[in-house]
Design a protein around this ligand. Structure first.
Ligand SMILES: [Zn+2]
Length: 199
């Protein structure tokens, strides 16, 4: 295969993305090169826009546009006074798609295992506690993965919230051992929510 430095570098970067290896990265890049104006250009523009304007919300850890307020933090009469704590944005989207929960979300941005220092700051614990108080939250649902890291993180969060007078629950039946929230189907996730238990 003909080797061109610029393309090799792009293949190397694209193949680091989830679900893609060098072969699919090559196919994507060739498709883009063959459709420079109608696909490559708009893709680059959209990526540049997202890169420039999308940031992590300092209160809930979700993503938001720099120019507008965070939809997840926004108060709404349609939201219940509950907060669901998840590890990643992908987990938030999975729970949202299952339509089983309509309260607020708090996104940790990782687990105890992959965040080594400044845990409270990274997990936005202060902001979580102040939101619980400010919005009269009556229940926090910890929806971390059923992995060792996820469960350790769950214990850590429980400990951070132990002095608050609220119900703390976590997802129960439905999650297979070693399973990650992001990979569950809607039915399994829905059953896990319905069968959540008090801690
Ligand atoms: Zn937010």
């Amino acid at each position: 295969m003909q080797s061109i430095n610029e393309i090799d570098e792009l293949i190397k970067n694209i193949s680091k993305l989830p679900g893609l290896g060098p072969k699919s990265a090559r196919r994507i890049i060739l498709k883009l090169i063959n459709h420079k104006e109608d696909l490559f250009k708009p893709t680059i523009n959209s990526m540049a826009n997202v890169f420039k304007n999308i940031i992590r919300c300092k209160e809930c850890g979700s993503i938001k546009s720099e120019k507008s307020s965070c939809l997840n933090c926004q108060k709404s009469s349609k939201k219940t006074s509950k907060i669901c704590i998840v590890e990643t944005i992908a987990d938030q989207w999975s729970v949202e798609n299952s339509n089983v929960f309509n309260g607020y979300y708090h996104i940790l941005g990782g687990t105890l295992n992959n965040i080594n220092n400044k845990l409270n700051q990274h997990f936005l614990i202060d902001s979580l506690i102040s939101k619980i108080k400010k919005n009269n939250i009556d229940e926090v649902i910890i929806a971390t993965s059923a992995t060792i890291e996820g469960q350790t993180t769950s214990f850590y969060i429980q400990d951070c919230l132990k002095d608050l007078n609220i119900k703390i629950s976590k997802l129960a039946q439905g999650i297979p051992i070693g399973g990650e929230i992001d990979s569950l189907d809607d039915g399994t996730l829905s059953s896990a929510f319905k069968n959540r238990g008090s801690l």
